[in-house]
Design a protein around this ligand. Structure first.
Ligand code: ADP
Length: 735
C-alpha cells in the first residue's frame, strides 16, 4: 500500500505516520466516526478473531460483538465509542481488558481524524506497576545534580522493564544527540558519551516523539501486518497508534546493532523534546500497555525534575558569572595593576565564561590562563581581529574556517569570544573554547572496525559517531547567551576602571602642568631677582680685591667668593634658560641644520678649547622647529659630547641623521666616559649628575632643557651608552 522507498538520503522525507502497516504482536481496527462501520483492519486481525478481514470491512461495528467480549455481559463497542465521544476522551477507558477467543487483551482506543483507532494487544501480568512507580520516583529524585538524576532515571526504567540496555539520550542545541546516562548489562559495550548526528533521528520522528510519549518495537524480525481497506488513496493516519509499524531504516539501524526489541520514552522539557530514554533488548521483548504507561510516568517525573534541576543549574551558572564580575571589580579597585587584578587571584577572568583558556592583551603585554594557543599565535590572532572586527564584542565557534592559521591550534581554540577593553583595538580579552571532538571522551574504541559501509549498513552507533565527528570538525561548543552577557558585564567593569584611571591621570597631569607653570614663574623670578644681589657681591668682592691692605689669605678668600659668584651666575642663567623654554612661544620654521650644526660645533669647540677632538658630520637634513631652541638642544648635546670625551686619548664626536616617513632622527655620538645604565632615567632630571663626572664642570641642567625643548616639539629624546664606552644621544623630530 505504501510505495515510498527509503534510503539514507531521503529518510527526512519518509511519511512515517502513514506506514500502512502495524506491528504484528497486536491488531488494529479503525471505525468510521460518521457511520460506525469498520473502515480499516490490519490483515493479521484474522489470526486473532478467526475470521477474514474481508468479512468485517465496511461492516457495522456491532458485527464485532460476537468476537470481542468483556466481563460486562451487555458490553457493546458502539456504546463505548459513543461514550468516548461524549467525554471527548478515551483516557478513562483505555486500556480496556477484553477477551478474544478466550485470550486476554487490552483494547486501546485513540483518535485519527475521521476514524477511531482500536488496537488490541496481549495483556501480560508481568508488573506491579503502581507500587514500583512510587519507589522509582523517590529514588530518582534523590539525585541532586542533573547527571545523578539521569543516572537514577535510567536505573529505575531498567529495573521496571528489564531491558538489556537503557540509555538517556539528550538532544543538544544543533539537534545532535549525546548519550548522557546509561544502565546496561555488564557484558555490553558502553555507548555512554557517544554523540550522534541530528539526522539519526529525523525531524518528523521527533515530532511523533512529542505526541506519543512511548514507543515500542517488540520484535524487529517479525513481519508487519498491512492495513486493508476499501478506501483506496486515503491512508490511515497512525500518529496516535501504538502498534504503528516502524520505518525500515530504523529497523535496519536496530538490526545493525543486534537489537531485537526497542522501547523509548520521550523526555519533554518546557514543551520541547529534551531527549529520550532509549531502551534496547537483544532478544524480542513485549511489554504491555500498563508497563508502558508506568515507564511513561517515570519519564514524566524525570522530565519535570529535569526542568527544575536544569533551571537550577543554569541559574547557578549565571550566578557564578555575576559573582565573578563582583569579585573582579573588587580586585580592580584594590590592585595597582589591571592585569594582576584580573588574573592574579583565585577568581580570574577565566571564570567569566565556560571557556577553557583566556588571554588578555593590555599595554602591549600578553597574559594567558588555562588552555590557550601559543603567545605568537595569539598576537597574530589579535592582529587579524584588529583588522577584521570593529565591534566591542566578537565571537565564533568555528574560528579556523574564517581565519585559516587557526587550523594549527583548533584543538584549543575552535571557539573565541573577544571583548575589547579600551579605545585601542589592541587591548582585548580573548576567551577560548576547544574543538568539540577533542573534548569528547567516550568509552568505545574509535579505531575499532566499523560496520561495512554499504547502504543501510552504514547505520550503527559507531558510524553515527563518525558522521557526527565529521560534522563537528573544526567547531567548538557554541557560546551561550549567558556567557556573552557575562563578557559584556566584565567588559563594562574593565572599561569603566580604565576610564577612571585615565581621568585620574588627566587630573594629575593638569595639576602637574599648573605646578610646572608655577615653578617656571618661580624659577624665572628667583633667578632674575638673584642676579642683582649677586652682581653686588661680585662688584664689591672685585673692589675689595683692589684694596692693597688685604693680606694674602684675605685675597684668596675673595678670589673664592668671585669664583663662587661666577658659578652661581652661570647656574642662574641656565635656570633662566630652562624656565624660558616653558614660557616662550615656539616659532616653527624650516631650519637649515647643516649651517646650524656647523655654527654650534665651532662655538662649542672653541669654548672648551677642544682642538684635538675629531669631528665627523654626516648628512644633516633640515628640521621643522624653533631655530633658537634647536640651537640650544645641539649646543647642550655637543657640549656634553665634548666635555665627557675630553679625557679620551683621541676624542671623537660624530653627528649624523637618519630619516624615515615619520621622523628625522639626529644622533650625537662620543667616545667618552659613558653613563652607568642603572641611572638611565635620571640623566634627564634637573640637577642630576652622574658619579663619574665630579671632575668635569657642569650643572645638571643641560639635558633637562634638551628634554623640554624636544617634548615641546612633540619629538623624542633618548640615549645609548656604556660606562667608559662612549654615549650616543638621539633626538627625533616629526617629519
Ligand atoms: P651637565 O651640566 O652635568 O653636563 P646635563 O644635564 O647636560 O648636565 O647632563 C646630566 C648628566 O648626564 C651629566 O652630569 C653626566 O653625568 C651625564 N651625561 C650627559 N651627557 C653625557 C655624555 N655625553 N657622556 C657621559 N655622560 C653624560
Amino acid at each position: 500500500m505504501n510505495n515510498f522507498s527509503v534510503d539514507l538520503t531521503n529518510c527526512d522525507k519518509e511519511p512515517i505516520h502513514i506506514p500502512g502497516k502495524v506491528q504484528s504482536h497486536g491488531f488494529l481496527l479503525a471505525i468510521d466516526k460518521t457511520n460506525y462501520s469498520i473502515s480499516y483492519a490490519s490483515e493479521n486481525a484474522e489470526t486473532f478473531i478467526g475470521t477474514a478481514v474481508s468479512n468485517i470491512l465496511d461492516q457495522p461495528v456491532a458485527s464485532l460483538t460476537g468476537f470481542i467480549k468483556q466481563q460486562e455481559p451487555d458490553f457493546n463497542l458502539e456504546d463505548l465509542l459513543k461514550l468516548g465521544m461524549i467525554r471527548k476522551s478515551f483516557d478513562a477507558i483505555s486500556p480496556l481488558p477484553v477477551e478474544i477467543n478466550n485470550k486476554a487483551y487490552y483494547l486501546i482506543i485513540n483518535q485519527s481524524a475521521t476514524n477511531w483507532l482500536l488496537e488490541f494487544e496481549p495483556l501480560t501480568l508481568q508488573y506491579d506497576i503502581q507500587s514500583s512507580i512510587g519507589r522509582s520516583a523517590s529514588s530518582m529524585l534523590q539525585g541532586k545534580s542533573v547527571p545523578a538524576l539521569l543516572k537514577a532515571g535510567a536505573a529505575e526504567v531498567k529495573r521496571l522493564i528489564e531491558y538489556d540496555r537503557v540509555m538517556i539520550y539528550k538532544f543538544l542545541e544543533d539537534g545532535h544527540g549525546e548519550v548522557v546516562a546509561e544502565e546496561k548489562e555488564k557484558h555490553l559495550e558502553p555507548f555512554f558519551g557517544l554523540h550522534y548526528p541530528a539526522s539519526d533521528i529525523p525531524k518528523q520522528a521527533r515530532e511523533l516523539y512529542k505526541l506519543n510519549l512511548t514507543r515500542l518495537i517488540a520484535d524487529v524480525n517479525t513481519i508487519d501486518a498491512p492495513i486493508l481497506t476499501f478506501r483506496e488513496n486515503t491512508p490511515l493516519d497512525l500518529t496516535n497508534s501504538s502498534l504503528r509499524a516502524v520505518s525500515p531504516i530504523h529497523i535496519q539501524y536496530l538490526k545493525n546493532m543486534g537489537v531485537h526489541s526497542s522501547f523509548s520514552i520521550s523526555l519533554i522539557s518546557n514543551g520541547e523534546l529534551w531527549g529520550l530514554i532509549a531502551c534496547h533488548n537483544y532478544s524480542p521483548k513485549f511489554i504491555d500497555y500498563k508497563a508502558r504507561e508506568g515507564s511513561k510516568l517515570i519519564g514524566e517525573i524525570l522530565s519535570s525534575a529535569l526542568e527544575f534541576r536544569q533551571e537550577e543549574e543554569d541559574s547557578e551558572i549565571v550566578e557564578g558569572f555575576k559573582d565573578t564580575a563582583i569579585v573582579l571589580a573588587e580586585h580592580l579597585s584594590r590592585d595597582q595593576y589591571l592585569v594582576d587584578a584580573l588574573t592574579g587571584h583565585s577568581t580570574t577572568i577565566l571564570n567569566a565564561t565556560q571557556g577553557a583558556g583566556v588571554a588578555i592583551i593590555f599595554e602591549n603585554k600578553l597574559k594567558t590562563i588555562g588552555n590557550t594557543p601559543e603567545d605568537k599565535d595569539i598576537w597574530e590572532l589579535a592582529e587579524w581581529l584588529k583588522n577584521n572586527s570593529d565591534e566591542s564584542i566578537y565571537y565564533t565557534h568555528r574560528l579556523s574556517e574564517i581565519f585559516n592559521p587557526a587550523k594549527m591550534y583548533k584543538q584549543v581554540a575552535s571557539g573565541i569570544l573577544v571583548g575589547s577593553i579600551s579605545k585601542s583595538p589592541d587591548e582585548i580579552i580573548i576567551w577560548f573554547k576547544p574543538e568539540q571532538i577533542s573534548k569528547v571522551n567516550w568509552a568505545g574504541n574509535p579505531d575499532k572496525a566499523a560496520a561495512p559501509s554499504e547502504g543501510l549498513l552504514q547505520l550503527s552507533p559507531r558510524k553515527s559517531f563518525e558522521i557526527w565527528s565529521q560534522q563537528v570538525n573544526n567547531t567548538s561548543e557554541k557560546w551561550l547567551p549567558e556567557e556573552i552577557t557575562s563578557v559584556l558585564r566584565i567588559r563594562e567593569i574593565v572599561v569603566a576602571h580604565i576610564n577612571k584611571k585615565a581621568n585620574e591621570i588627566r587630573l594629575l597631569n593638569e595639576k602637574l602642568q599648573t605646578a610646572y607653570e608655577e615653578l617656571d614663574t618661580f624659577s624665572y623670578t628667583i633667578s632674575h631677582d638673584l642676579r642683582t644681589p649677586l652682581t653686588s657681591i661680585k662688584t664689591y668682592a672685585e673692589l675689595m680685591l683692589k684694596n692693597k691692605s688685604i693680606d694674602e689669605n684675605g685675597q684668596k678668600m675673595l678670589a673664592r667668593i668671585l669664583t663662587g659668584a661666577d658659578k652661581m651666575n652661570f647656574l642662574i642663567k641656565e635656570i633662566l634658560n630652562l624656565a624660558r623654554v616653558g614660557r616662550l612661544e615656539i616659532n616653527f620654521e624650516r631650519v637649515n641644520m647643516t649651517s646650524l650644526i656647523n655654527e654650534v660645533t665651532s662655538e662649542v669647540l672653541t669654548a672648551y678649547k677642544a682642538d684635538k677632538a675629531e669631528l665627523i658630520l654626516g648628512q644633516l637634513p633640515d628640521v621643522k622647529g624653533d631655530k633658537t631652541m634647536l640651537a640650544q638642544v645641539f649646543t647642550n648635546l655637543i657640549s656634553n659630547a665634548v666635555k665627557y670625551s675630553s679625557a679620551a686619548q683621541k676624542p671623537r664626536i660624530e653627528i649624523t641623521a637618519t630619516e624615515n616617513n615619520s621622523e628625522i632622527v639626529y644622533a650625537v655620538k662620543d667616545n667618552g666616559i659613558g653613563i652607568d645604565n642603572r641611572y638611565y632615567d635620571r640623566v634627564f632630571e634637573l640637577f642630576k649628575r652622574m658619579d663619574n663626572v665630579k671632575e668635569i664642570e657642569g650643572t645638571g641642567v643641560g639635558l633637562a632643557i634638551v628634554k623640554r625643548i624636544v617634548e615641546r616639539h612633540s619629538g623624542r629624546v633618548w640615549f645609548e651608552s656604556k660606562l667608559n664606552g662612549g654615549s650616543t644621544f638621539y633626538v627625533a623630530f616629526k617629519n
